[in-house]
Ligand binder design. Structure first.
Ligand code: ADP
Ligand code: MG
Length: 399
């Protein structure tokens, strides 16, 4: 060990690691440390190999300057607990504190730099401004490991530009995510089913477009289903509807038919009188949604049908909850799909922040799924067939 392809021997070197430590906080309490846990193996492996590990990450969306509520200080503490070793914390990203902390590291020690988005250069659209900031980050290290899968679709200084300035390698977490995404797009084991839900069709049009040519079945639930039901000629009451996508959805139905891809829509729907009104929840036929109600989950018949449609699948990709799972009256459709995924005899993948949260909130053990992606946006962009700048830059020659 101790050698990362592209970096050579890491012992004694300062290695900058871009991790995704963007965890939800309540004050300075971390409410879900999943992303920190996912980042630990790469950091530990580098430290064990004798590297001086300098971790950089962002938290939230500060506007290019320091903001106390977005400080990574609580994350440094939790990272230290999970690693079982001290993590030195720099109170800036590339300034005096960072230089002193990095300069003080000995072999095998770990430091975390303050929120990289406290610097306007990080997310700047101006190549020169981003590059100038990347120069300062790169000056802190001898090599770079890209391990923040949640940000690899971003052309940002700590993801993209810094890789052009230092010898670099892909971290284990990013490599594992990319490996799963390749299995979903290159030679998926068949039958291959894709389950899509969540709130908006327009968020996921690109994915439908690209996966229609690859999947055998496409199951649609969640808020996006009402645009499909409407396109099929049904009334959807006050349900979420994207009128401007009706033609696009019809064109997907057409293409699916031509390609022999089965689009499975729910046959029953849990409706309510108003958003979130659990007391008024009731099941109606999908082609008979009363005008004064709105659909908030797929019904029990549909949940069973979706589970049956997944039973023989050997590859399943699921993105987007089937209903407003945050409320028990509208969570059963999501539960049915999650449960079906745990029984898939091949590769089952959960992508999307809310879908992953739903799986955990409904009490499913994470190890019952083939893979739960740590990066919703990045995995969707990959599945849309878009390039991921943070990956492409690692594969380029040179640096
Ligand atoms: P992901 O983060 O997994 O990609 P999305 O962000 O697309 O998922 O969607 C998640 C949200 O969709 C959840 O907050 C859920 O409450 C909402 N949702 C699901 N079904 C409906 C529905 N029928 N009407 C309104 N919102 C819905
Ligand atoms: Mg979401």
């Amino acid at each position: 060990m101790g050698s990362y392809a592209g970096l050579g021997e890491v012992g004694g070197k300062r290695i900058l690691v871009r991790s995704d430590l963007n965890v939800p906080l309540d004050g300075d309490r971390i409410t879900d440390d999943g992303r920190i846990r996912a980042s630990v193996p790469t950091i530990r492996a580098l430290a064990d190999a004798g590297a001086r590990v300098v971790v950089t990450a962002h938290l939230g969306r500060p506007k290019g300057e320091p903001e106390t509520r977005y400080s990574l200080a609580p994350v440094a503490k939790r990272l230290g607990e999970l690693l079982g070793r001290d993590v030195a914390f720099a109170t800036d990203t590339v300034g005096e504190s960072a230089q002193a902390v990095v300069g003080g590291l000995t072999d095998g020690q770990v430091a975390l730099l303050e929120n990289v988005r406290f610097n306007a250069g990080e997310t700047s659209k101006d190549d020169a401004e981003r590059g100038a900031f990347a120069d300062r980050l790169a000056a802190l290290a001898d090599g770079f490991v890209s391990d923040g899968f949640g940000v690899v679709h971003r052309k940002q200084a700590s993801v993209y530009d810094v890789a052009q300035r230092l010898p670099h390698a892909m971290g284990g977490l990013v490599a594992a995510e990319i490996d799963v995404l390749r299995r979903l797009t290159e030679t998926p084991e068949r039958p291959y089913a894709v389950v899509l839900g969540g709130s908006k069709v327009s968020d996921k049009l690109g994915v439908i477009d690209n996966l229609l040519g690859k999947a055998d079945k496409l199951l649609i639930g969640g808020g996006m289903v009402f645009t499909f039901l409407k396109a099929a000629g049904h009334e959807v009451g006050k349900s979420l509807l994207e009128e401007d996508q009706l033609d696009t959805v019809r064109s997907y139905q057409q293409r699916a038919q031509e390609l022999g891809v089965e689009i499975v829509l729910p046959t029953d729907i849990v409706v309510a009188d108003s958003f979130g009104d659990e007391a008024s929840a009731r099941v109606v036929a999908a082609d008979a949604i009363p005008a004064d109600t709105l659909g908030l989950d797929i019904g029990p018949e549909s949940g069973a049908a979706f589970a049956a449609a997944l039973a023989d699948a050997r590859t399943v990709f699921w993105n987007g909850p089937m209903g407003v799972f945050e409320q028990p009256a509208f969570a059963e459709g999501t539960r049915a799909v999650a449960d079906a995924l745990t029984r898939v005899p091949g590769l089952s993948v959960v992508g999307g922040g809310d879908s992953a949260a739903a799986v955990r909130a409904l009490g499913f053990a994470e190890d019952r799924f083939g893979h739960i992606s740590t990066g919703g946006g990045a995995s969707l962009e990959y599945l849309e067939g878009k390039p991921l700048p943070g990956i492409d830059v690692l594969l380029d020659e040179g640096a």
